[in-house]
Design a protein around this ligand. Structure first.
Ligand SMILES: Cc1ncc(COP(=O)(O)O)c(C=O)c1O
Length: 369
């Protein structure tokens, strides 16, 4: 494995220092929740090794997301990031061929790269509304392809797909005998209701998700893999045991509590996201130097400075941070030019979001040539 730090992590707000940022528009979750909000009393919790697959009640709860899924189809992991790592290192070896959509959450690309796998990218385009076209994806599959990897709803664009497209991709992978990885970390934040859990549609599909984004709980590092291929789950478990034996019983206990609160909690979260999206929509409508594809899920969007505006984009991001203490996710985090920026609109307080967007407008103008 050839590891290197990913810019999205090395330059992340938490690594830069939360206290040095006034308007943090670089997060991809809703606001972080506190333990107090969950009302969890951990005083009696025995700090033992837990079930290696994850707390059984938690796995049962997660399995209830998809018809036909059972607790033993679920493996709890250290965040969705941990799940993606286990999947890539279990399924891929140096030289293996996989198909990955790009841009993407960096780990979906970087771990296969670190393994030395051969990546066929399906590059998404602003002009196509960032659509993942099932036919293009299928056309990239060869006889050597071991894995097709997509993220829905998508990070950084916040664009999803409709159910027929998802089913078409599942069917194409089944027909070619290829494993499909669907990063569903934003699944519950799809406007208009979530897509089916891909793992419930096919034994060939692996679903990955976590509590980090929708519930603002990245600090408990609890995610999961769902997969009905039990042999594969067993191999993923072997990988997990070599990394950490089991997950944190503290994290999993909190995660279970959060899952059980979901029905009462989620509607308010979704209403908050829609309200904040309205703030960004109003800003884009009034800002003639920027254009976007409006997201239909998640808490991020990926607007860009218009092509006919001559801007020093490196200076733009520097000025935004240095002069305005405001951070967005620069395009380079996603292997795109820095004229693109990921704006996370669900994390900051409303007034900081409004202020941050005003600062983006000001920084573009200062960096204009
Ligand atoms: C698409 C996607 N997958 C996975 C992750 C990893 O999240 P976590 O490990 O906190 O669950 C992220 C985080 O940004 C993400 O955006």
């Amino acid at each position: 494995m050839r590891y290197r730090r990913m810019p999205i992590e090395a330059e992340s707000p938490e690594e830069f220092g939360y206290d040095r940022i006034r308007c943090n528009l670089a997060e991809s979750s809703v606001s972080d929740a506190s333990l107090a909000l969950l009302g969890t009393d951990l005083g009696d919790l025995l700090l033992q090794y837990g079930d290696h697959r994850g707390l059984p009640a938690l796995r049962e709860h997660i399995a209830s997301d998809g018809p036909g899924l059972e607790a033993d189809d679920i493996l709890v992991t250290a965040g969705a990031a941990g799940a993606l790592f286990l999947v890539a290192t279990t399924l891929l070896q140096e030289g293996d061929h996989l198909v990955v959509v790009r841009p993407n959450y960096a780990t979906n690309i970087e771990t296969p790269r670190a393994i030395g796998a051969e990546i066929a990218f399906v590059d998404l385009a602003f002009e196509d509304g960032w659509r993942i076209d099932p036919d293009r994806l299928a056309a990239a599959v060869t006889d050597r392809t071991r894995l097709v990897s997509i993220t829905v709803p998508h990070n950084p664009t916040g664009r999803g797909m409709d159910e027929p497209d998802l089913r078409a991709i599942v069917a194409a992978c089944e027909a070619r005998g290829v494993t499909l990885l669907v990063d569903e970390t934003y699944r519950e934040m799809r406007f208009g209701g979530p897509l089916p859990v891909a793992a419930s549609l096919s034994e060939r599909a692996i679903s990955v998700s976590s509590l980090s984004k929708t519930y603002g709980l990245p600090g408990i590092r609890t995610g999961w893999v769902a997969c009905r291929d039990r042999d594969l789950v067993e191999r993923l478990l072997a990988a997990k045991e070599q990394v950490s034996i089991t997950g944190s019983i503290v994290d999993e206990t909190i995660a279970l509590r959060a899952r059980r609160m979901r029905d009462a909690w989620l509607p308010g979260i979704l209403a908050g996201i829609e309200e904040r999206l309205g703030v960004v929509r109003d800003w884009v409508a009034a800002e003639d130097l920027v254009e976007w594809v409006e997201p239909d899920g998640g808490v991020v969007c990926f607007p860009r400075i218009r092509g006919d505006v001559d801007v020093d984009t490196a200076a733009f991001h520097r000025i935004l941070l240095d002069d305005h203490a405001t951070i967005v996710g620069p395009g380079r985090w996603f292997e795109r030019p820095d004229a693109y920026m990921r704006i996370g609109y669900g994390w900051p307080a409303r007034e900081r979001l409004v202020e941050g967007l005003v600062n983006v407008s000001a920084a573009i103008r200062k960096a204009r040539r």
